[in-house]
Design a protein around this ligand. Structure first.
Ligand code: ADP
Ligand code: MG
Length: 631
């Protein structure tokens, strides 16, 4: 007798169930998706004991005939596919024909259904290998599926189920995903006779987010919209201050289906980069609509992952959608003085104080202001400066007015010049008149760290380092779009000890280094020589900067599956901006203060420094009046 045998059907189905049915929440998902595929306008979900005892899904969809009911519980039987080609154009949620057969193999299943337009309904029950059918008089059009005693005949699986409240939590989460993915469908959730949610059909996404997560979050969400050929992006992004420590508040939907996708996640993170601390995670709800042939949903049994036909297109479009919107949005958090009443909201106060204090730590170092790195006119104008192109001499970088950058004041004059003629591409509505930063004479410096300035409707408290860093970062970003950064030949090349791996990194990133204005040449087998360095960084230490740069490149390569040159460049510009900016504790002259404050309108639309700290906090007149009990 052969040692190999064909498994009995029930066991085959139980094994299959292992893939799709993990817990009650997975049953809810499969059954509600079936209802949606059946064209239901309303679906009611009832659970008892976290779904361990009962899950009931009732819909008003197209229903099934007696014959359909038999096929529905048969493995690999589906009405949604007929040939292989269909697999690449599926518009339904299901197509594998597995769910009902699997659920039937591991529970007591009953399906009652009446096909639309017919006069009688039918019922089928499945318990282990026993299948029974009967007529069902008086049942409404549509389908009701009841799943009792999940895993009653697979004790090993039953053991893995958690407490009622944990399983209920999973069902709630699943419900939220379905409710957000299908706002056109009315959805009701009842937990042990208690109505948890009852969403009418046709609500807006924002309404559903409000019901699920609170009106406050829903009200703060920033709408993101973009359409590029047949990719439609609709997003609701929470302001950076709402960030979390985990990615579980990142909801991505592709054609209504909730998915986890590292390309999309990476793109959104990238758009938030610089707006929040590195270890924080943004909160967002993102809905992508794509042509079915551009995404393969058949890569995971529960379809939680997808494969993109053109992942780089998805990445760049999502990144652009979020980034463009953020650039046009004022993300300045307002200080809410009523919350300084610690009895009311101690956590919020502590959070705000922490944000305030984090940057107040004076940096020990030279007390002179670091040179402000606006090294003169933008590249297009460089030729007008009189320096021979490519000469690399300082004259080329002189500020308007003719003197050399060695004189800090002159550099600041160039900042003024910039301010007087704001570039067209930045801050379209941000004319100095409207942003309340036109009275620089009223700005004062506190503790060599903060700048306080009057605004139209109150006052701004600015973190000088954070703001300067942001100003520089934006300048660097603008500049790099028009060609490599200005570079200066070092009088004495600096040598740097490197590993073979780092040499390979430097060789592989030649174009990127060129963009940044860095020239590196080999110098023996374990050393390189840095020949040229960006003018913008002339006061930074070359070696530590290069070490950080190599770390960044290495890091990028290790996570390189989604490596984008743009990402690396921005990370490096971020680093450069931080190094070149004034520090907390640096005393500034009133001229410098004025110039820095005058620059704020250029960056005010995105008011966090690249490292994620806010650059500016606002206290409105209304807040003050409340505080002084004038109103
Ligand atoms: P799939 O959804 O992958 O087709 P299922 O096992 O989930 O596989 O369902 C099998 C078939 O049963 C479906 O293709 C559909 O025709 C039918 N069906 C399941 N649930 C419903 C429902 N709620 N209303 C109408 N038909 C349904
Ligand atoms: Mg299905």
């Amino acid at each position: 007798m052969s040692k190999i045998r064909v498994l009995p059907d029930l066991l085959i189905n139980q094994i299959a169930a292992g893939e799709v049915v993990e817990r009650p929440a997975s049953v809810v998902k499969e059954l509600v998706e079936n209802s949606i595929d059946a064209g239901a306008g309303r679906v009611a979900i009832t659970i008892e004991d976290g779904g361990k005892q009962l899950i009931r899904i009732a819909d008003d969809g197209e229903g099934m005939t007696a014959e359909d009911l038999h096929l529905a519980i048969t493995p690999h039987a589906t009405s949604k596919l007929s040939c292989e080609a269909d697999l690449y154009s599926v518009v339904s949620m299901g197509f594998r024909g597995e769910a009902l057969a699997s659920i039937g193999a591991v529970s007591n299943l009953r399906i009652t259904s009446r096909k639309r337009g017919t006069i009688e309904g039918h019922q089928i029950t499945v318990s282990g290998e026993e299948v029974r059918t009967s007529g069902a008089a008086g049942c409404p059009e549509g389908t009701t599926v009841e799943v009792r005693d999940l895993f009653f005949n697979v004790p090993a699986r039953r053991k893995f189920l958690r407490t009622r409240s944990t399983e209920t939590g999973h069902v709630n989460e699943q419900f939220a995903r379905l409710a957000l993915g299908f706002p056109d469908v009315g959805l009701e959730l009842i937990n042990n006779v208690r109505a948890v949610h009852n969403f009418p059909a046709g609500q807006s996404i924002r309404e559903r987010i409000g019901s699920l997560y609170g009106a406050e979050l829903a009200g703060e969400l920033i709408l993101i919209e973009r359409q590029e050929r047949d990719l439609v992006i609709e997003g609701y992004a929470a302001p950076p201050i709402r960030s979390r420590s985990t990615t579980s508040w990142q909801y991505i939907f592709v054609n209504g289906r909730y998915v986890r996708d590292r390309f999309v996640q990476h793109a959104v993170r990238e758009a938030y980069r610089g707006l929040m601390e590195h270890d924080r995670q943004p909160v967002y709800f993102l809905f992508l609509t794509v042509a079915p042939e551009n995404v393969d949903v058949n890569v995971h049994p529960t379809k939680i992952e997808v494969r993109w036909r053109e992942s780089s297109l998805i990445h760049s479009q999502v990144l652009a959608a979020f980034r463009d919107t953020f650039l046009q949005t004022d993300l300045t958090p307002t200080l809410q003085p009523q919350q300084t009443d610690t009895h009311k909201d101690p956590i919020a106060v502590r959070h705000q104080m922490a944000d305030l204090l984090r940057s107040a730590e004076p940096v020990v170092g030279d007390s002179a202001p670091a040179a402000f790195a606006d090294a003169g006119p933008p590249r297009e104008a460089a030729g007008d400066g009189g320096g021979a192109p490519g000469s690399g001499g300082t004259a080329r970088y002189a500020a308007p007015g003719g003197s050399t950058p060695a004189d800090g004041t002159e550099l600041w004059r160039s900042v003024y010049a910039d301010t007087a003629h704001p570039p067209q591409d930045s801050a379209p509505s941000g004319s100095p008149q409207t942003c309340g930063t036109t009275r620089p004479s009223r700005a004062i410096q506190l503790h060599n760290t903060y700048l306080v300035v009057e605004a139209d409707d109150g006052m701004l408290i600015i973190d000088q380092h954070a703001l300067h860093e942001r100003v520089l970062y934006n300048q660097f970003c603008r500049r790099i779009t028009s060609g490599p950064l200005e570079s200066q030949r070092l009088l004495l090349p600096e040598t740097l000890a490197v590993t073979p791996k780092q040499i390979a990194l430097l060789q592989g990133n030649g174009e990127l280094l060129h963009q940044l204005g860095i020239e590196v040449t080999p110098f023996g087998h374990d050393t390189v020589a840095i020949q040229s360095f960006p003018v913008l960084l002339k006061d930074a230490d070359v070696r530590p900067f290069m070490r950080d740069l190599l770390d960044k490149l290495q890091d990028q390569e290790e996570h390189g599956k989604v490596a984008h040159t743009e990402t690396v460049i921005h990370a490096l510009l971020d680093m450069m901006a931080c190094k070149a900016a004034v520090k907390a504790g640096d005393p500034l002259t009133s001229e410098e203060i004025d110039a820095l404050v005058a620059q704020r309108y250029l960056v005010e639309k995105s008011s966090n420094c690249p490292h994620g700290r806010p650059t500016t906090l606002k206290l409105t007149i209304k807040d003050l009046e409340k505080q002084f009990k004038r109103v």
